[in-house]
Design a protein around this ligand. Sequence first.
Ligand code: PMP
Length: 294
Amino acid sequence: MYFNDKTTIYLNGHFVKATNANTDLYSQTLHYGYGVFEGIRAYDTHNGTRVFKAKEHYERLKNSCKLINIPFDYDVDDLIEQTYKVLKLNNFKDAYVRPLVFCGPNMSLTKPNSVSIMICAWEWAAYLGDNLLNVTISSFSRPHPKSTKIEAKVCGHYVNSILAASEAKEKGFDEAILLDTDGFLAEGPGSNLFFEKNGKLFTPKTGNILPGITRATVIDLCKNLEIELVEGEFLPEDLANADGAFLCGTAAEIIGLQSLENKKFTREWNATLGKKLQTAYKNLVLEKQLQETN
Ligand code: PMP
C-alpha cells in the first residue's frame, strides 16, 4: 500500500529500498512516541513537480525537534533536495511526503542516544475525501499545552488524534472536532478548523492547536481575497450556528463540512467563503496563479 519492492526511501544520508530498511524494536520512538514527523505534499504543476511549502515544513520539523529536545543535525535545504530526489527515484509527481525523525534504542525516559531521519513518499488521495463531511464534537480534548509542546508535531500526540477520529467513525460521523481543555473549539485530529458567519471567517487561535501550514496559507489567502478573518476562542455553539465551515491540512487540503451532529450548515458549500478559498488554494498549490500572471 505505502511501498512495494521498488520503493526507495531516504534514510540517514542514503537512498535505500523500503523493503531493506528496518528499525530497532528498542527504539524510544516506538515505545514512547518520542519522535517528530511532517506531512508534506508534492504537486504535479505546469512548472514540474513542486513540493508545496517545503521550507515551512522542514523548519517546523526542526522546531518540533527543538521543542522536545531531540537533536536535529540536518540542513533544511539539504532535506528539501533529498525530498525531490525521493520523488524522482520513485517516479512520483503528485505525492504525499512523510519525513520522520526517530530515536534509537533507549528504554530510559531521557534524551535520545541516537537520532535518525527518514523520508518516504507515496501516492495519496485527499485524506478526508472529496465529499462534504458530517462531523461531531469529540469526547476527547486536545492535550493541554502544559502537558506537552502542542505546537510540535510529535508522534505521541497522534494517539489522541486516533482516539478522536475512530470514536467519531464508530458513531457514524466522518470526522471529529476536538475542543481544548477549556471547552473551546480546537481542531480536527489532523486538520485545522475554520467557520463562517455573516460573511466573516473565524478560526481558533494558536496555543491549543497545531499551527497548520495550510491554516497559515488560508490566512494569507484571506488577506489577498479581502476576507475578514477573526482568530479567537470559540464555543461549539458558534460552530453549530455557523453558515458554513471547513477543515484544512496538508493531507486533507480544504474540505467543506456539511453538518455538525447531523445538523446541516445553512449555506450551500458552493456559496461559502470556504469554497472560494478551496479554489484559491488549489490554484496556489498547482501554481496556476503564476501561469495567469505570466
Ligand atoms: N492539526 C493537526 C493535529 C494535524 O495533525 C495537522 C496535519 N499536520 C494539522 C492541524 C494541519 O497542519 P498542516 O496544514 O501543516 O498540514
